[in-house]
Design a protein around this ligand. Structure first.
Ligand SMILES: [Zn+2]
Length: 99
C-alpha cells in the first residue's frame, strides 16, 4: 500500500515537473491554476496539522528530538520552499530527485 501510494505521488510530481519544463502555455496555465490551488490547500492542511500546542511545540512532532526544535521541521520546510531565496527551485528539484 505504502509503496503504491509513494510511487503514485512521485509519478505525479514527475508529470508536473515535465509540464513545467515542456508544456506549452495553453496547457500550462490551466494546469498551474489547478495545481497552485491544490498546493496552497495542501500546505495549509499540512501546516494546520503541525500547529503549536499550549507550550508552543508542534503537536504532531511532539515526540523525541523533534519536540525540542521550534518551529518544527515541517514549518521550516514550508518557509524554505515558499519564502527563502536560497538556490533556484530547479537546483532544489534536482537535489530532491537524487534522494
Ligand atoms: Zn511538526
Amino acid at each position: 500500500m505504502y509503496d503504491n501510494l509513494r510511487r503514485a505521488v512521485l509519478h505525479r510530481l514527475d508529470v508536473l515537473e515535465r509540464a513545467v519544463d515542456h508544456a506549452d502555455p495553453s496547457t500550462l496555465l490551466p494546469l498551474a491554476r489547478t495545481e497552485l490551488d491544490r498546493l496552497v490547500t495542501g500546505w495549509r492542511r499540512l501546516l494546520r496539522s503541525h500547529g503549536a500546542d499550549e507550550s508552543g511545540r508542534c503537536a504532531a512532532c511532539s515526540r523525541g528530538i523533534l519536540a525540542r526544535r521550534r518551529p518544527c521541521p515541517v514549518w521550516r520546510l514550508a518557509h524554505q520552499q515558499l519564502l527563502d531565496e536560497g538556490p533556484p527551485h530547479r537546483a532544489r528539484r534536482r537535489f530532491l530527485r537524487a534522494r
